[in-house]
Every structure is written in structure tokens, then in C-alpha cells.
Design a protein around this ligand. Structure first.
Ligand SMILES: NC(=O)c1ccc[n+]([C@@H]2O[C@H](COP(=O)([O-])OP(=O)(O)OC[C@H]3O[C@@H](n4cnc5c(N)ncnc54)[C@H](O)[C@@H]3O)[C@@H](O)[C@H]2O)c1
Length: 299
């Protein structure tokens, strides 16, 4: 190693320590609860007409973020916007298909015009049209699920990451994965589970590539939460065996409420998680901790 290369390395190492001290000073200077505030930040949330998206939008707005919402379902999206504004939040929106590159570009053009920055992305839009056996799985369903659940996450992350890097202020991305990414559920989840395991690796790759830009990328792995689909199944006697089977795999003994997703996502995007990147966080009532041969009762 020649002297110039050595001097450059020492300089960069020194600058990293200086950076650390700046970060530590900022973290130490505020009460712990302030680490969870998002004042001055803009958060883009996809799938915002749905259960998780709406709860996250309301949660982020309540701690000071300006939220930009998008979803394929334009009516549901408008309802979510109204909820956030009724609660006193600052909110804008644009409908679109998250699997369409041109729609994603249009969403970002609108966001650029409305807010001029993006600090946080929650990749959340997803679908699971469960089908029959793998040997009969229709190609068009396979492709459309991967398009929405995986390519859509990539398109949003790419556009958000490019803006975060260009601005130089860092950022945080949370990808909503699933317990289905970690082990097999069977019963027609082939395309969904495959797309979510792709989301896990997308998360790790982006986390590593963008760490140098202070863009943190993490994922959550929820178990079954009571969105509209699960609520209708819980109330349907014909689906009782499935509901019972699901509950037998959740040590906490119940499905989640959508509002219970907000805290873990907020933690990951907040300054409280300033050293957390590339993580897959189960939000699953203990599901992934339970071995399939394990037993919940004392026997
Ligand atoms: N609720 C659960 O049990 C559960 C468990 C694990 C993971 N997840 C994941 O959490 C995320 C949110 O789920 P949810 O429970 O809120 O479901 P939800 O059905 O209530 O919301 C999903 C939203 O995504 C939107 N969407 C679907 N396809 C789209 C597309 N192509 N473009 C734009 N928007 C589209 C829908 O219109 C809907 O508003 C999904 O990625 C889902 O896979 C949910």
C-alpha cells in the first residue's frame, strides 16, 4: 500500500468516526420517545387503502410525518386520505398499479410535486389469489402475483432509493413480507410465498448496497392479521377448521389487529433503529419461533 492510499484510508476511517459522533450526539440530545417522532419527514406508503396501509398512514401522521398514499383501489385510497386528514395529518395521494413501471413513475412525479422529498418508503401493496395444486398453478396468476408483490416492491424501492441517494440525507425503507416467506403454508400459497421470500432477499441486497448512503432497508414478517379477508373468514363457520389451524400456530393465541403492525414498522423507520438494516423482523405472535412439532399447552 503506498502512502497516498494509506492516508486516504485513514481519512475515511476518521470521517466515519466523526459521522458516528454526530449521530450519537443527535441521538443523545433528545428524550428517548422523540426518537420515534417523524417530524419533517415524508413517508410513501403503498397498499394504503388496505388494513395495514391505512393503519400505518394514520400512525405515521400522528407522529409528525407527511404521508403520501397510493393504491390500485382509488375509492379506498380516498377513504384513507380522508381518515388521515380528519385526524389532523398532512396527506396527499395518487392511485396506481404498483406492478406497472409507468404508474410508479406517475406516483413519484406527483409526490415530487406535492412534497419535493421522500425519507421513508413502506412497500406494502400485496395480493394473494390462492390457487390449487402447484402442478396446476396458472401461469397468469403466478406472473401477476410476482409482478405486484415483488417487482412492485423493486420499482418503488428503486425510485425511492434514487431520490434518497441524490438528496444525501439517508432514508428508511420497510418491505412488508410475511411468515409465508420463511416456511411453507401449502394450501395454494405457492406464488405468494415465493414472492415474499424474494422480498426478503430484495431487502438484504438493498440494505447492503445502500448502507453507504445511510438508506436503511428492513422487512417485517407478519402472521395472520385481521384484514377484511381474514375478518370474513373468522366469522364464517365453513372456514372454522382453517381459522383453528392458523390459531394453533400462533403462540400468542390470536390473529393480529392491523394497528399492531404500526409500532414495529415505526421502530424500523425511526431514529431508534439507526443501526438496524437488513433485518427481517417477525411480527407474528411467536409463529416463527414455534417448531411445527411443538405444543402450545403444558402437555
Ligand atoms: N393481513 C395479513 O394477514 C398479512 C400477513 C402477512 C403479510 N401481509 C402483507 O401485508 C400487506 C398488506 O396486507 P393487508 O392485510 O393490509 O391486505 P389488504 O388486502 O387489506 O390491503 C392490500 C392493499 O394492496 C392493494 N393492492 C393490491 N394489488 C395492488 C397493485 N397491483 N397495485 C397497488 N395496490 C395493490 C389492495 O388494493 C389493498 O388495498 C400485503 O403485502 C400482505 O401480503 C398481510
Amino acid at each position: 500500500m503506498n502512502n497516498t492510499v494509506f492516508a486516504m484510508r485513514m481519512y475515511h476511517a476518521f470521517m466515519r468516526v466523526v459521522d458516528n459522533q454526530g449521530m450519537l450526539a443527535a441521538v443523545n440530545a433528545q428524550p428517548l420517545t422523540d426518537l420515534f417522532r417523524l417530524d419533517g419527514r415524508v413517508a410513501l406508503i403503498t397498499g394504503a387503502a388496505g388494513a395495514f396501509g391505512r393503519a400505518i398512514a394514520l400512525g405515521f401522521a400522528s407522529v409528525g410525518a407527511r404521508v403520501f398514499l397510493t393504491d390500485l383501489n382509488a375509492d379506498g385510497l380516498e377513504e384513507s386520505v380522508a381518515h388521515v386528514r380528519d385526524a389532523g395529518g398532512t396527506c396527499a395521494s395518487a392511485p396506481g398499479d404498483s406492478g406497472s413501471n409507468s404508474d410508479v413513475q406517475a406516483v413519484f412525479e406527483r409526490l415530487d410535486r406535492e412534497f419535493g422529498q421522500i425519507d421513508i418508503l413502506v412497500n406494502n401493496a400485496g395480493r394473494n389469489p390462492m390457487q390449487g395444486r402447484p402442478e396446476e398453478f396458472p401461469l397468469d396468476i403466478w406472473e401477476s402475483v410476482l409482478r405486484t408483490n415483488l417487482t412492485g416492491y423493486f420499482l418503488f424501492a428503486r425510485a425511492a432509493g434514487a431520490r434518497m441517494i441524490a438528496r444525501g440525507e439517508g432514508g428508511a425503507i420497510v418491505n412488508v413480507s410475511s411468515i409465508a416467506s420463511a416456511s411453507s403454508l401449502g394450501r395454494g400459497n405457492l406464488a405468494y410465498a415465493t414472492s415474499k421470500s424474494g422480498v426478503n432477499q430484495l431487502t438484504r441486497e438493498l440494505a447492503v448496497e445502500w448502507a453507504r448512503h445511510r438508506v436503511r432497508v428492513n422487512a417485517i414478517q407478519p402472521c395472520q392479521f385481521l384484514n377484511a379477508g381474514w375478518r370474513s373468514m373468522v366469522g364464517d363457520p365453513n372456514r372454522a377448521p382453517l381459522v383453528e389451524r392458523v390459531l394453533s400456530g400462533i403462540p400468542i393465541g390470536r390473529m393480529g389487529e392491523p394497528e399492531e403492525i404500526v409500532g414495529p414498522v415505526l421502530f424500523l423507520v425511526s431514529d431508534a433503529a439507526s443501526m438496524v438494516t437488513g433485518v427481517l423482523l417477525p411480527v407474528d405472535g411467536g409463529n416463527l419461533a414455534l417448531n411445527p412439532t411443538g405444543t402450545l399447552s403444558a402437555e
